[in-house]
Design a protein around this ligand. Structure first.
Ligand code: 6PG
Length: 479
């Protein structure tokens, strides 16, 4: 047994992670893949990595020092369960199985419980950063037990991205906490991407600028408070010319966005937790809407402005859009962290919000300087009830909100869909409202279902005898 860490699954993410591990001082990496051909190919392609390659799961287990530690990098779902079952047969109590895939956190909770009964540790670890991150340094969000983290921590710290001397990995919490937080990361990723896409669309239609010119705007934005990986790659995508047609690539890509499901999971989970992640939800729905060609074709003749409009002052409009994007982004993160707080409460995880923001600063898809502000906000006030109410973010939104409103108005008037911008603004106004029409909803519920209501001026639960003399009675609270 020569290897201190093993990787199972030699598709790109797995082989890149194995190469990353092998490149760090002191690591010898065992590799295994369901088809041995693949294992051989990876070992042959990267001789310098010094992989200890096995063709059977028994040999793989035998090649690992104890406690054995193996990271599974296979497709989330059935393949993951199959590998776990294999490993449980050949591993011993005290060994550690890490699932580095995009597993649904409830699957991770289930797997952790089942594996724990064998005495083996199971750690669900969210890994973000795509292929390049896996190779050069991802952001890693491990769950699982504190004792597994003791063994795993140094290994994961050695391969994670580093920002300001701090590796982008922390023990998020027990069982499914890591995959939960990775799921929220992806939800925020969806919102970020949709907001950027809406900003591009508005600028293009309002100013007539070319994608390459808009690329310059994004590159410029990337030097300020919006600095982030997603803004950076947006500029690159917009600047790309299609070799076949000479047109901007963005104009020849079919406008139907795909999704592998993690955004939808975030929204489904948030609905269960009762957390309004409206920005993320709109981003998921915007992808769904884009991918309905039959409906879009049938609706294309519906009346309304055609989306073309001309802004009077181009620079002022571009700045308005930047501010609207910034404000909406703050809302998306605020909602994402609300979901983390609610998930932590529901599942009994001790999640340090500031640490999560800190490990998202590097390696992952939503990496950005901006995340420092979130860490600071929770450091200043660990009991912060909504990120947007932290002084820094309140100031930022105060400076942006007029521009935000102008942009949403312009979009609505021109007939340009801006679901993420406008829903974020609606959320913001809902949150800060003194009084909401929820009072009327309560009245309606009481009318048709005797669902009762509370009063602003007295304790207790009340019901109006709507079908009787319409007097009010004290009632049993039915919510
Ligand atoms: C990451 C990404 C990664 C993957 C998404 C893409 O953090 O590295 O989020 O997990 O790229 O699953 O998701 P969609 O295919 O759903 O856009």
């Amino acid at each position: 047994s020569q290897a201190n860490i093993g990787v199972i699954g030699m598709a790109v993410m797995g082989s890149n992670l194995a190469r990353n591990l092998a490149s760090r001082e002191g690591n010898t990496v065992a590799i295994y893949n369901r088809s041995a051909e693949k294992t051989r190919a990876v070992a042959a392609e990267f001789p310098d990595a010094g992989f200890v390659a096995s063709e059977t799961i028994e040999d793989f287990a035998a090649s690992l020092q104890k406690p054995r530690t193996a990271i599974i990098m296979v497709q989330a779902g059935r393949a993951t369960d199959a590998v776990i079952n294999q490993l449980v047969e050949v591993f011993e109590p005290g060994d550690i199985i890490v699932d580095g895939g995009n597993a649904l956190f409830t699957d991770t909770i289930r797997r952790e419980k089942a594996v724990r009964e064998t005495g083996i540790n199971f750690v669900g670890a969210g890994i973000s950063g795509g292929e390049e991150g896996a190779l050069l340094g991802p952001s890693i969000m491990p769950g699982g037990s504190a004792s597994a983290w003791e063994t795993l921590g140094p290994i994961l710290r050695s391969i994670a991205a580093v920002v300001d001397g701090r590796p982008c990995v922390t023990h998020v919490g027990t069982d499914g906490a890591g995959h939960f937080v990775k799921m929220i990361h992806n939800g925020i990723e969806y919102a970020d991407m949709q907001l950027i896409a809406e900003a591009y669309d508005l600028i293009r239609r309002g100013t007539g600028k070319s994608p390459a010119e808009i690329a310059d705007i994004f590159a410029e934005w990337n030097t300020g408070e919006l600095e982030s990986y997603l803004i950076e790659i947006t500029a690159e995508v917009l600047r790309q010319t299609d070799a076949a047609t000479g047109a901007p690539l963005v104009d020849v890509i079919l406008d139907q966005a795909g999704a592998k499901g993690t955004g939808a999971w975030t929204v489904q989970t948030a609905l269960d937790l009762g957390i309004p992640v409206s920005g993320i939800a709109e981003a998921v729905f915007a992808r769904s809407l884009s991918s309905k060609p039959a409906q879009r074709a049938a609706a294309s003749a519906l009346p309304g402005p055609d989306g073309d409009f001309t802004v009077a002052d181009v620079d002022a409009f571009v700045e308005d859009v930047r501010l609207a994007l910034y404000a909406s982004k703050i809302i998306a993160y605020s909602q994402g962290f609300d979901a983390i707080v609610a998930g932590a409460e529901e599942y009994n995880w001790d999640i340090k919000k500031g640490d999560i923001a800190a490990i998202w600063r590097g390696g992952c898809i939503i990496r950005a300087q901006f995340l420092n502000r979130i860490t600071d906000a929770y450091a200043e006030n660990p009991g912060l009830v909504a990120l947007v109410t932290a002084p820094y973010f309140t100031d930022a939104v105060a400076g942006a909100q007029s521009a935000w409103r102008r942009v949403v108005i312009a979009a609505a008037q021109a007939g340009i869909p801006s679901p993420a911008f406008s829903s974020s603004l609606a959320y913001y106004d809902g949150l800060r409202a003194d009084r909401l029409p929820a009072a009327l909803v309560q009245g309606q519920r009481d009318f048709f279902g005797a669902h009762t209501y509370k009063r602003v001026d007295r304790d207790g639960t009340f019901h109006t005898l709507w079908s009787g003399d319409r007097s009010e009675i004290q009632a049993v609270d039915t919510h």
